[in-house]
Structures are given as structure tokens and as C-alpha cells.
Design a protein around this ligand. Structure first.
Ligand SMILES: Cc1cc2nc3c(=O)[nH]c(=O)nc-3n(C[C@H](O)[C@H](O)[C@H](O)COP(=O)(O)O)c2cc1C
Length: 260
């Protein structure tokens, strides 16, 4: 069998290896383990990320308070792109103005400022990088001063109260996520991530502690996953087959009796 040609070592990888070598944690054998970080990643939809460095979604609270992108936010994502990341995820871009995680979240609804979103997408895509909004809904953890929190089931605990969603409420979610994804695509973002982690709405649906429903959206794991599946299907139909859709799910909620 012919040997594969050697991959060029990316500058970032060289720097990482130097740091680890300095700490005595890398040698000639382990160096190869890091080479993969600089290699492109081909997504199943056909899009390629230029390397394996992804800036995880972090809610930045840099929106203007009305759900729109700001110059400070544009600068932040441009810096990450210039730093060499293949993809930066914008944490907590909301699919409705009524259930945000904080007032500084972006809100991707039809009345969003498209000019500002386009500028954010363009600057966050510098240096061949991707920037994707993480499409969210805070559910039971919606920011109380500006929301009437609603989760999969009603809760009345100290510091955590919410109403339970009706079937009609759940029925609005696929279209809201699909519309937000179409807006993201129109604005020039390279893909979207559906937020089903970190304790927010879809994470709550997955969680037996938050989800006590006895209808088709609660009970078994597949019933608790059902709304997420419906949202993925709606988003995929709306954006087409060639557009990246990621889903973030916790591997564990670190609570007794919760998802793990
Ligand atoms: C300041 C901060 C904000 C975060 N905001 C989000 C968020 O909006 N959405 C999300 O899915 N995760 C959020 N996270 C979690 C990270 O994306 C990541 O999952 C977490 O930090 C664990 O990864 P690590 O082990 O590499 O730190 C946030 C983390 C931090 C530190």
C-alpha cells in the first residue's frame, strides 16, 4: 500500500505542539495525534470546514437589547475568525423574542435588522472561517424579567417556576426554527446549530426531571426527543440539503435522575 503524502503542519498546530513539548507532554510518537487538528473536516451536507478548531457556543450578551447584532459583537467574531478557528458558534440566538436566555441575545425573527446580521456574518467569516448562530429557546429558564417562562411541564420550585407548554405551543416550534434558519442563511451565516443542550428548552424536553408529559412528547427517550426531530426536519426542509445543521446535546446533565 502506498504511503499517504505528508500533510502540511498548520501554524496553530505547530504552536500547540510547541506548548505541549515545553510541558513535556509531546514526543515524536504523539505528535501525529495533533496533526488531525489542522486537517479539513468534510460535513455530510458537502460543506468543508478548514480545520478542526471550533469555538463552542458562548452566550455573549453583545446584542443591542432588542435582538440585533452590534459592532462590538462583529469585532469579536472577526477576531476569532482571524485567530484561525474554522467555525465560531454564536450562543443563544433566539427563535422568538419571548423566551430569551438574556436580553443581550440575538433574536432571529423576520423583524431582525438584516443589515446588521449580514455584517456580523461577513466579518465572522473572514479568513475562510464559518460563523453559525446557535438557534435557541430558553424554555423554563427564560429570563424572568422579560419573559413568561414555559417549559415542557409546569414547575413550581424555589427559584424555578414555569408554565407547561400546550400542544399548540410545541406546534409553533418547527416553523419558528425553520424561519430563523432561513434568515441565518439569507444573512450569510454558513450553517446553524440547534440548541438541545445546557438545560434550555430542548434539553428540558430530553430531561426526565423537567419533562413529565404523558402525551407523545414525554415518557420514552424517543418521545422526549420527538420535538427535536420535528424541528430538525422542518429546518432541513427549509434550508435544503447542502446547508449545515448541527445539534448540541449534553452527554450528561450531571443531576441525579437526569439525562446521561
Ligand atoms: C461564558 C460561557 C457561555 C456559554 N454559553 C453557552 C451557550 O450560549 N450555548 C451553549 O450551548 N453552551 C454555552 N456554554 C458552554 C460551552 O459551549 C461549552 O459547552 C462548555 O464550556 C464546555 O466545554 P469545555 O469543556 O470545552 O469548556 C458557555 C460556556 C461559557 C464558559
Amino acid at each position: 500500500m502506498k504511503d499517504e503524502p505528508e500533510q502540511p503542519v498548520h501554524e496553530i498546530e505547530k504552536r500547540n505542539i510547541e506548548i505541549l513539548r515545553w510541558r513535556g507532554e509531546v514526543n515524536r510518537e504523539t505528535q501525529g495525534d495533533f496533526a488531525v487538528l489542522s486537517q479539513p473536516l468534510n460535513l455530510p451536507c458537502g460543506v468543508q470546514l478548514k480545520n478542526r478548531l471550533i469555538k463552542a457556543a458562548m452566550s455573549d450578551s453583545l446584542g443591542d437589547g432588542e435582538g440585533n447584532a452590534t459592532k462590538t459583537q462583529m469585532r469579536l467574531y472577526e477576531r476569532w475568525a482571524d485567530g484561525g478557528a474554522a467555525l465560531s458558534l454564536i450562543g443563544e440566538a433566539q427563535t422568538s423574542q419571548f423566551f430569551p436566555e438574556t436580553p443581550g441575545n440575538l433574536v432571529l425573527t423576520p423583524d431582525a435588522n438584516l443589515v446588521a446580521l449580514k455584517a456580523l456574518a461577513a466579518r465572522g467569516s473572514s479568513n475562510g472561517a464559518h460563523i453559525w448562530p446557535q438557534l435557541g429557546h430558553a424554555g423554563a429558564l427564560s429570563h424572568a424579567p422579560i419573559s413568561q417562562a414555559k417549559g415542557p411541564s409546569p414547575l413550581n420550585l424555589e427559584g424555578l417556576q414555569c408554565e407547561g407548554m400546550t400542544l399548540a405551543d410545541i406546534g409553533t416550534l418547527p416553523e419558528a426554527y425553520a424561519k430563523a434558519a432561513v434568515l441565518a442563511k439569507e444573512a450569510g451565516f454558513g450553517g446553524v446549530q440547534i440548541h438541545a443542550g445546557q438545560g434550555f428548552l430542548f434539553s428540558q424536553f430530553l430531561s426526565p426531571l423537567f419533562n413529565h408529559r404523558t402525551d407523545g412528547y414525554g415518557g420514552t427517550v424517543s418521545a422526549r426527543f420527538r420535538v427535536i426531530e420535528e424541528v430538525i426536519d422542518a429546518v432541513r426542509s427549509a434550508v435544503g440539503t447542502g446547508y449545515p445543521i448541527g445539534v448540541k446535546i449534553n452527554s450528561t446533565d450531571k443531576l441525579v435522575g437526569d439525562l446521561s
